[in-house]
Design a protein around this ligand. Structure first.
Ligand code: SF4
Length: 282
């Protein structure tokens, strides 16, 4: 089978940096050291399983951190409160929040401290979104479409618009244009969408147009991976989302001559290569 692999497939800068930080902690640790992450360090179950096998456990709450341990903050950040609690626990804190997420947190904090209410394009229950919201005032609105946002707008309120880093730029620009038209130029727009997402999406769309079917590789809980599958399907190209090569079903590719392969920003090269090898052998 002819397989077209996206050049942008695989780790983004933020995921790479977070994993490097965790590797450094592991390299420098004594056998008796307790090493945790607060929340999954990235959204890829296979990577998490490998770290778990090396003794890294994932804490759900900062209150669970025991004094003397080392806690690494995940790539997509935590809430302001969680960080404040963590720093009172007598632990060594390693902040592996992606620099782009940290920037989004700071920009949101700055604008909302000026009295603006946050309009945030994102998935309400995503950990990154919960983190971003903690830097805004409680009247922030989270939405996923313009239709969802419009009935929630209150006249004469000062707003600032931002997005979860992995959101679709097209929807963001549609909302931005609507707000500019409806509320005038006085709505600051924070450019918080990450280029890693845009580059992957654009390349996935370009490949989807030339192939019979696409395979998107990455965690089922990974927001940017799921959205890659959505943008591919929006092109009318059938798409299969898998986490590992063992989940591929050869029958799904009957009649295909050319398959596209891309992967989310938290998918290791090893998994992409394994999937490529299975597809190429069909
Ligand atoms: S997708 Fe972008 S914002 Fe998210 S971790 Fe990667 S580089 Fe950072």
């Amino acid at each position: 089978m002819d397989v077209v692999v996206a050049q942008s497939a695989g780790f983004c800068m933020g995921v790479g940096l977070a994993l490097e930080k965790l590797e450094t902690v592991l390299d420098e640790a004594e056998a008796s050291d307790r090493i945790h992450t607060l929340g999954p360090i990235i959204h890829n179950p296979q990577v998490l399983a490998e770290f778990a096998a090396r003794g890294v456990s994932c804490l759900e709450r900062p209150e669970d951190a025991r004094p003397g341990s080392t806690v690494v903050i995940r790539a997509h950040g935590i809430t302001r409160r969680a960080e404040a609690v963590l720093r009172t626990r007598g632990v060594t804190v390693i902040d592996a929040t992606c620099p782009k997420v940290s920037t989004a947190q700071k920009l949101i904090s700055r604008e909302t401290e000026r009295g603006r209410s946050l309009l945030l394009l994102g998935e309400a229950h995503h950990p990154e979104v919960r983190g971003l919201l903690s830097y805004a005032s409680p009247d922030a609105v989270v939405f996923q479409t313009l239709e969802e946002l419009v009935p929630q707008l209150v006249p004469d309120k000062d707003y600032v618009l931002a997005a979860q880093t992995t959101q679709d730029r097209t929807v963001f620009e549609q909302v931005r244009d609507y707000l500019r038209e409806r509320l005038g130029a006085d709505v600051p727009v924070l450019e918080t969408i990450c280029d890693a997402t845009r580059v992957r999406q654009q390349e996935a769309i370009a490949i989807a147009r030339q192939v019979d079917k696409m395979v998107v590789a990455g965690g089922f809980e990974s927001g940017n991976t799921r959205r890659l599958a959505q943008v591919v399907e929006a092109q009318g190209t059938p798409c299969v989302h898998v986490e590992t090569a063992s989940q591929l079903n050869p029958a799904d590719f009957t009649g295909c001559r050319k398959i596209g392969l891309t992967a989310g920003a938290s998918t290791p090269d090893k998994i992409i290569q394994e999937i490529h090898d299975v597809l190429a052998s069909l």
